[in-house]
Design a binder for this molecule. Structure first.
Ligand code: ADP
Ligand code: MLT
Length: 247
């Protein structure tokens, strides 16, 4: 019995068929976003190995790369550390018709920065108070903001880390932070609870998605995103192909 069967994971074929249909809907959604000038920001957060990168790939794979982009910022530079905390994220926010996918986000301050000691308690507290206000300004300005938290059990996370360790094609995914964070599962749980408590607001709620089965997780997330977007009818603008010149 394969690992996928043992765990009752969704099979590849069923997954690909379902995703294919949803990617068609995503394309229609992107057409709608271009036409009406919607600005869409999707934040993906979750524990190490939760599956943020795969989820982002599922969303963006079939879309126009000029319209959709992923933002995965590196650790802040010394100069950035002196700026207003949200400042380095602001230039990446979407303009009209754009879909931006944040692979981690300003929520780093409430998660990895808190747990790994990159931010002081005061900075974390200030962030938890400021984030809902900051998001309120974005939403009031018309930005469509979606926040997803990908959940993954400790046992599953351990298995994925071990897999990455053994597979040379996956070793690049293991960072020094992942290694240091390994013994801190409970600290991350506590940090997440505090974060949800402070930042799950009416104007910018979190949606938790079970990613213990990555394929089911991706389908659930994409379905939810499509259902939340107020997609209207799209005027077809494909130019008709002119007849070929006679040779
Ligand atoms: P990922 O898991 O996203 O591939 P890492 O495990 O290397 O990346 O790092 C996790 C997060 O921690 C990243 O968003 C990174 O920018 C952040 N990070 C790493 N070092 C620092 C630091 N010194 N201060 C603040 N954030 C940091
Ligand atoms: C993810 O997609 O969640 C990644 O695997 C990131 C990580 O390992 O931290």
């Amino acid at each position: 019995m394969s690992k996928a069967e043992r765990k009752d994971e969704l099979g590849r074929k069923d997954y690909e068929d379902a995703l294919d249909a949803m990617q068609g809907e995503l394309t229609a959604m992107a057409g709608w976003a271009s036409q009406c000038g919607a600005r869409i920001l999707v934040i993906l957060e979750g524990r190490d190995t939760a599956g943020k990168t795969g989820a982002i790939h599922a969303i963006s794979q079939k879309l126009n790369p000029r319209q959709v982009r992923t933002v995965a910022l590196p650790a802040p530079t010394d100069r950035e550390k002196t700026q207003w905390y949200f400042q380095r994220y602001v230039p990446h926010l979407p303009a009209a018709g754009e879909i931006v996918l944040f692979d981690r986000s300003w929520y780093n301050r409430a998660g990895v920065e808190r747990v790994m000691g990159f931010a002081t308690d005061e900075q974390v507290e200030a962030f938890l108070e400021a984030a809902p206000k900051f998001e309120r300004m974005l939403v009031d300005d018309g930005l469509l903001l979606f926040k997803y938290w990908l959940t993954c059990d400790q046992e599953e996370q351990e298995e994925r880390l071990a897999e990455r360790h053994e597979d040379p094609s996956k070793q690049w995914k293991i960072s020094p932070i992942d290694v240091a964070a390994r013994g801190k599962y409970r600290d991350y749980t506590k940090a997440r609870e505090a974060m949800l408590e402070a930042t799950h607001t009416k104007h910018a709620p979190w949606t938790l998605v079970d990613f213990n089965d990555q394929r089911r997780g991706r389908l659930t997330l994409v379905r939810d995103l499509l259902d939340r977007l107020p997609v209207g009818p799209v005027e077809q603008k494909v130019p008709p192909l002119p007849p070929l010149d006679e040779p």
